[in-house]
Design a binder for this molecule. Structure first.
Ligand code: FAD
Length: 98
């Protein structure tokens, strides 16, 4: 069962009463991990000169170098052998490079 913010705050307080007891909560944010419905990264052409890379979800730091290589291949050749090897579909909208 996921812990609520209150649960985790209470646990932190038990861990370090003074430190967390005096802490000020500046901001609470959710939905911070950019995800697409299938939780898979998405690369797509939005036009002849616009390439969108999104949906890195909870692995962004980890997979960014690999997606960077896919983007370099797409910009240089219009296709990506890496994307094909990783079964990463390259989406495209109207006006994208053929
Ligand atoms: C708490 C937490 C822990 C994580 N831990 C890990 C981890 O251990 N390992 C790992 O691999 N990944 C981790 N991740 C996931 C990783 O942070 C994300 O996958 C990664 O940051 C996604 O990169 P991104 O560039 O796609 O999106 P983001 O990092 O969200 O960058 C999007 C950028 O676009 C800007 N932006 C938004 N709208 C606009 C607009 N209209 N105009 C201009 N700019 C705009 C935003 O300000 C932001 O700077 C973690 C994420 C969270 C929240």
């Amino acid at each position: 069962m996921p812990l609520s913010f209150l649960d985790t705050t209470r646990l932190k307080y038990l861990l370090q009463e003074r430190g967390f007891g005096e802490a000020r909560i500046i901001d609470l944010v959710a939905q911070c991990r950019p995800a697409l419905p299938d939780n898979q990264p998405g690369v797509r052409w939005l036009g002849a000169r616009t390439l969108q890379v999104n949906g890195l979800y909870r692995h962004g730091y980890l997979i960014s170098p690999a997606l960077h290589d896919v983007v370099l291949e797409l910009l240089a050749q219009g296709t990506s052998a890496l994307a094909a090897r990783w079964h990463l579909p390259i989406g495209q909208t109207q006006g994208a490079p053929a």
